[in-house]
Write a protein that binds this ligand. Structure first.
Ligand code: PEP
Length: 249
């Protein structure tokens, strides 16, 4: 079957005041001018900017949240539900990012509940998996990623409701990346797990690579088999860098 249309998603993490909306306007203008090819673009700003980002993007890119709670509402001070993200105009939400798994002790069942919450609210879940440095050194990356997929991907995944992001934790924000051979191997493994579980739908579910993607390495990383785009942290903060990555697809 045909390869899915690629997605380049930016994760701003805890960065961005209102002045940063000009980066979204720059992305919007580039898409409108036809400077971005056949690739879907998404930006996940901090929750405080989602509504304004939706207004600024002119409908030509998707805006997403970086996390959601599993419940639709209730006594969860400081948390944000998937319904609230959708109400603010988001079309997707990142779930299970390693910084959430580490800093907030999110388990696979928690990430699964968040994915189901995203679907309940009509959002695409961008579900992150990836091994720690010591797990890679012990050669256990497929075991770890397989466990994360089994434990956190709910039944009913389709190309329209799920994107998987493979993000080796040791490559996030470090400037390190796996070799293209290593990325090919684990993306093929993830593809196999998705097809085993979801059949033909598993062929169309996009598998992003994330971890130190930059304009200088995006071309070789994006050319790897079963890499259907990128989840980009640091290099998504400036529209010029993000557009240079998009030009590598
Ligand atoms: C991320 O946090 O999802 C990420 C990939 O970060 P960076 O691109 O900065 O490594």
């Amino acid at each position: 079957s045909d390869a899915p249309r690629p997605l380049i998603a930016g994760n701003w993490k805890m960065n961005g005041l209102r002045a940063a909306l000009q980066e979204i306007e720059t992305l919007r203008d580039a898409v409108r001018a036809g400077h971005v090819g056949s690739v879907d673009l998404a930006i996940c700003p901090p929750a405080t900017l989602i509504h304004a980002a939706v207004q600024a993007c002119g409908g030509v890119l998707s805006i997403g949240g970086q996390d959601c709670h599993g419940a639709p509402c209730g006594a969860h001070t400081g948390d944000i539900s998937a319904e609230m993200l959708a109400d603010a105009g988001a079309g997707l939400v990142i779930v299970g990012h390693s910084e959430r798994r580490t800093d907030h002790h999110e388990s696979n069942p928690t990430v699964r509940a968040k994915t189901e919450a995203a679907w309940r609210a009509g959002l695409i879940a961008v579900l992150c998996v990836g091994e720690l440095r010591e797990e890679r050194e012990e050669g256990r990356e497929t075991e770890v990623v397989g466990g994360q997929l089994a434990g956190s991907v709910p039944d009913g995944a389709t190309p329209d409701n799920l994107v998987v992001a493979y993000e080796p934790v040791w490559a996030i924000g470090t400037g390190l990346t796996p070799t293209c051979e290593d990325i090919a191997a684990i993306h093929l493994f993830i593809r196999g797990e998705l097809v085993t579980r979801f059949g033909e739908a598993g062929q169309g579910i996009r598998i992003l690579y994330g971890g130190s993607v930059k304009p200088g390495n995006a071309r070789e990383l994006m050319a790897v088999e079963n890499v259907d785009g990128a989840l980009v942290g640091g290099a998504s903060l400036k529209a010029t860098d993000f557009l240079a990555i998009c030009a590598c697809l």
